[in-house]
Design a protein around this ligand. Sequence first.
Ligand SMILES: Cc1cc2nc3c(=O)[nH]c(=O)nc-3n(C[C@H](O)[C@H](O)[C@H](O)COP(=O)(O)OP(=O)(O)OC[C@H]3O[C@@H](n4cnc5c(N)ncnc54)[C@H](O)[C@@H]3O)c2cc1C
Length: 377
Amino acid sequence: MTKYDIVIVGAGPIGSYTAYLLADKGFDVCLLDEKTEIGKDVICAGVIGKEAFKRFDLPTKSILSRIDSATFLSPTKTKLEYKPEEVFAYIVDREKFDRGILKSAQRVGVDLHLKQRVTAIEKKSSRYYTIITSKRKYKTRIIVLATGINYALNKKAGLGKPSHFLYGSQIELPISFSKSNIEIHIGTGFAPGSFGWVIPAGANTSRIGILLNRKTKPWLKKMLEHRLNISVAKLRDEELKTKPIAFGPVKRSVKNNILAVGEAAGQMKTTTGGGIFFGLICSEIAVEKITDTLRDGASLSDYETTWHSVLASEIDIGMVMRKIAAKLSDEDLENLFRFVKKNRFWVNFLMPRINFDYQSNVIYFCIKSFGSLLKLE
Ligand SMILES: Cc1cc2nc3c(=O)[nH]c(=O)nc-3n(C[C@H](O)[C@H](O)[C@H](O)COP(=O)(O)OP(=O)(O)OC[C@H]3O[C@@H](n4cnc5c(N)ncnc54)[C@H](O)[C@@H]3O)c2cc1C
């Protein structure tokens, strides 16, 4: 049985990125995934902020569209434009994105084993864990769980799962709405308490989706048919893809020498359901802590407090925002749109303060400023 410093379970973007950083530091890293092909059939809108591409070593070849504006549309399609005059986000092809990160990991020596579904973890010696798959066993000093929304191993390791989930539904259609603009559709008729999106994914393709706290397919059909005038009669049900999204952190993200990262730890934006940026930040934190553990014998336990200190306010504010949004009627939403449109001051004031990845300050400010308008107090 080969012995590794670290075995990472899950070769999604966060598992592969963690593997890449660790192998780059000289550790023996093994990356396991149950899939035959990485990046195939991933359900994702693929929106990643420009900052993520600046800060992390990400595959630029995966970029399909560059986003320089967003239009928010009220229930009656009153528009509010966000136009920062430069590209602020990219839309990626997740297959190329995930494979690109994986290639970087393999280039620095990560040992990739596909078709390996991890079913159990054992600790029989004080130094090594044994990881058991349907086909073989691996020995490792540290285990990183990057298993996305599969929480079976989290449970076995005593890390638990998020208490709540959102649901994302999306379809990719050969229609072009815009080359570089994202549309955010708001209205209780198709996305109660939440929003729907229309996103350009290359020259003649759009991703249309919604994020809800309930099963989403019927609502996506409502958005397509009634909001966008796209007939659903000819669409096959399998074309509308649905997946749960972790809403909030897991109970514990580290225990002994096992830690969870990415969606496996619930490191997700509670506002938009995006997970890649927060996952990558936590991947860096995990790598720092693992390095201290393997080189200096430090405990891994402060991984949790460190990532919480960076992301807790972002995660909490999204939860507050969703609670408020759930109470708003279409009339409340129209009033809000009308108010902001009439008072250009707010648009000019808020625009430069919007940060695609860190939204808590602006959301907190808006709740305080517009709370009375929405009768929140
Ligand atoms: C509709 C929708 C739209 C989204 N849009 C965006 C967006 O625009 N931007 C954004 O940032 N995020 C978005 N997300 C979220 C994003 O897709 C996830 O946050 C991201 O994929 C999480 O990456 P990960 O590496 O943590 O997990 P995953 O990508 O889920 O990878 C987990 C891997 O672990 C493997 N695995 C699981 N269990 C085992 C096991 N026992 N043994 C072996 N292998 C295992 C799986 O095969 C998989 O390859 C969206 C999600 C949905 C549903």
